[in-house]
Design a protein around this ligand. Structure first.
Ligand code: 13P
Ligand code: SF4
Length: 328
């Protein structure tokens, strides 16, 4: 037990977080991949697009972002006058790490006739080097608005980019990044599970590699997967994304059975996002108490990054949180 943890030992963390949220006029935004105890006390839970919209629209003074760093930075870019805190500043993302700004700039410079359509899972610097940001729920709507003859580079997720290329007959140039969590699903284990539950449809996130997507009945963002689970008459579902989303599924549909797609060892623990898992109730309490760790972004950089995010929000305006990339 650390010294800090033992100091917090007697505290009712939920009550303390509630008190601080009121005192600070704070809003707690949480992604579906957060621990259940964080999801349970959040003001809003959502996918990347919905959380961006909430962050842009809130009148709270403080945004406590329970997600990863690029999400908290997005909130700060869109709401510069708010204090944005992230319980653990080390909550990064393998996609962001794969795409260093100087290398991305070189990639852009090598393809001057291409626009950069960029997944939101990237740094503020990469957003500033991009033309339009997409999330998994807005990518289809946005791509459909870009003329087919327009050349595009897409980064950092090669699986989402490849999925979009296949679905829409595009030939976007792909940055070679992957999400370590979705990359870990095993096709062999998934096929075994499907044989065991032949009536269970598979819902997959588009960050999954093609050998997993090929077995999916539905492909979409976290919100899309949740909505699909509600809409399908199936009583059992196989879920190929970070398993913490199953908490919301079980709350909304207690009579259905949700099974996380397995990793190579047949155990889905390797699919828990290690970055998302860094946020805990203790750290959220401390962040609200001390208003740190706080997100800072240099103003010139922020304004440059905001252009590509504003382009997303404008181009995705018809996308009403359905998170829907649809059936394959
Ligand atoms: P969405 O919630 O937008 O589908 O994103 C998933 C994700 O990977 C977050 O890191
Ligand atoms: Fe990044 Fe993957 Fe974790 Fe999402 S699940 S934050 S894409 S590492």
């Amino acid at each position: 037990m650390t010294a800090q943890t033992s100091l917090l030992a007697g505290l009712d963390l939920r009550a303390e977080i509630d008190r601080l949220r009121k005192e600070r006029n704070a809003v707690i935004l949480a992604h579906y991949y957060q621990r259940p105890e964080i999801q349970d006390l959040a003001d809003y839970i959502g996918d990347s697009l919905e959380l961006s919209r909430k962050a842009a629209a809130t009148d709270a003074d403080v945004i406590a972002f329970c997600g990863v760093r690029f999400m908290a930075e997005t909130a700060k870019i869109l709401s510069p006058d708010k204090t944005v805190i992230l319980p653990d500043m080390d909550a990064g993302c393998s996609l962001e790490d794969s795409c260093q700004p100087d290398q991305f700039r070189a990639f852009r410079d090598a393809h001057p006739d291409h626009i950069a359509l960029t997944y939101i899972n990237c740094s503020t610097e990469v957003k500033a080097l991009s033309d339009v940001i997409v999330t998994s729920s807005s990518a289809e709507t946005i791509l459909a608005k870009i003329p087919p003859e327009q050349k595009i580079i897409f980064g950092p997720d090669r699986h989402l980019g490849g999925y979009l290329n296949r679905k829409f007959g595009r030939d976007m140039l792909l940055w070679p990044g992957v999400c370590i969590v979705h990359e870990a699903f095993s096709e062999t284990e998934l096929l075994k599970l499907k044989a065991q539950y032949p009536d269970a449809p598979v819902a997959a996130h588009p960050e999954c590699p093609p050998h997993i997507i090929d077995h999916a009945d539905y492909v979409g963002s976290t919100t899309g997967i949740l909505n699909y689970a509600k809409a399908t008459p199936a009583r059992t579902l196989i879920v190929a994304t970070e398993p913490h989303i199953i908490h919301q599924m079980q709350l909304a549909m207690p009579d259905k059975l949700f099974i996380g797609a397995p990793g190579a060892d047949g155990n889905c623990n390797c699919n828990i996002c290690p970055y998302m898992a860094l946020n805990t109730l203790e750290k959220l309490y401390l962040a609200l108490r001390d208003l740190t760790p706080v997100v800072h972004i240099e103003e010139g950089l922020r304004l440059q990054a905001k252009k590509s995010l504003d382009a997303m929000l404008a181009m995705a305006s018809g996308t009403v949180g359905q998170g829907d990339l649809g059936a394959r």
